[in-house]
Design a protein around this ligand. Structure first.
Ligand code: NAP
Length: 281
């Protein structure tokens, strides 16, 4: 039976450490603060906003919610971002994406200061992840994969890691983070040939595809660590990952569940980035 790599102990440990760091900042008169900017009422955005608010509250981070009408972002988003940039009391900003208005989204992401970009929305932050310069912060979900591996003592140095997915939110940045820790990384995507055979050779397999239960028993081998980033719904409307958990879990060494795996760590990473930003002031 595989070791189940649950996210909740990882999030709990991070929350404990961050609460201490937050208290130390408050003792110096600094109240770490996060601005969350949402356009419209998408249930997924609201659910994440509630989860992030709860996590911040637990740690002691102040939250400012900015809610815009769904289709009125073009003229209204720029002043909001400028205000956030200029407000010294705000240390991090999260914009819920995608916005319906792509131009508004692009200009918001171009405008936000990388030092307040706690979820890697700006090109400068992304460049920071790729160059290792320390500018900005990695995307929270990519960093959550690293926190999970660290928490369970899974050393990546010299390991053969296969990632399925090459998005700028997960696949590519997590590859850079792992490579900076001396892992040997292969990134696969929809045009990759012989995908199951490449995946079977991995020590660690990371699935970030967005297709329910896509990674079948044919993709895995004995002793592997499987990190499932996917959040999907199956044919019965139940939440599930990119990995066919029931058929893969008995074959591998360790696996993250969905729900309760990587997703459970993401808001703690968001909070960590806000605290780091406040500490850098
Ligand atoms: P995305 O932008 O749609 O990227 C999906 C990637 O999967 C693409 O690179 C795509 O390849 C690849 N892919 C699609 N079909 C494939 C196939 N048949 N074989 C091999 N590769 C295939 O998605 P994303 O934003 O990275 O998100 C991935 C998953 O993570 C989603 O389920 C999303 O809901 C979930 N997610 C979870 C969290 C969390 O907190 N746990 C946060 C964000 C997202 P091409 O590039 O060739 O198209």
């Amino acid at each position: 039976m595989a070791e189940i790599l649950k996210g909740s102990p990882v999030a709990a440990k991070l929350t404990e450490e961050l609460t201490e760091r937050c208290n130390a900042l408050k003792a110096k008169g600094i109240i770490p603060s996060l601005a969350m900017l949402r356009a419209g009422e998408k249930p997924g955005d609201i659910a994440y906003e509630n989860g992030a608010s709860k996590r911040c509250e637990k740690i002691g981070i102040a939250v400012k919610k900015i809610i815009l009408p769904e289709n009125e972002t073009s003229d209204r988003i720029a002043p909001c971002i400028l205000e956030i940039n200029e407000d010294d009391s705000i240390h991090g900003c999260l914009i819920f994406r995608p916005l319906n208005d792509k131009n508004a989204e692009r200009s918001a992401c171009e405008m936000l200061l990388p030092e307040k970009d706690v979820d890697c929305m700006t090109d400068l932050s992304l460049a920071g992840v790729f160059t290792g310069s320390g500018t900005g912060y990695p995307p929270c979900t990519a960093q959550a994969c690293i926190e999970l591996l660290d928490h369970y003592g899974i050393d990546v140095e010299g390991k053969n890691i296969v990632i399925i997915g090459r998005s700028l939110v997960i696949g590519r940045p997590v590859a850079m983070l792992l490579m900076s820790r001396n892992a040997t990384v292969t990134i696969c995507h929809s045009r990759t040939r012989n995908l199951p055979s490449i995946c079977r050779k991995a020590d660690i397999l990371i699935a970030a595809i967005g297709r329910a239960k896509f990674v079948s028993a044919d993709f895995v081998s004995e002793g592997q660590v499987v990190i499932d980033v996917g959040i999907n719904t199956d044919g019965e409307g139940k939440l599930c990952g990119d990995v066919d958990y029931d058929n893969v879990e008995p074959l591998v060494g360790a696996i993250t569940p969905v729900p309760g795996g990587v997703g459970a760590v993401t808001t703690a990473v968001l909070a960590k980035h806000v605290i780091e930003s406040a500490e850098r002031v």
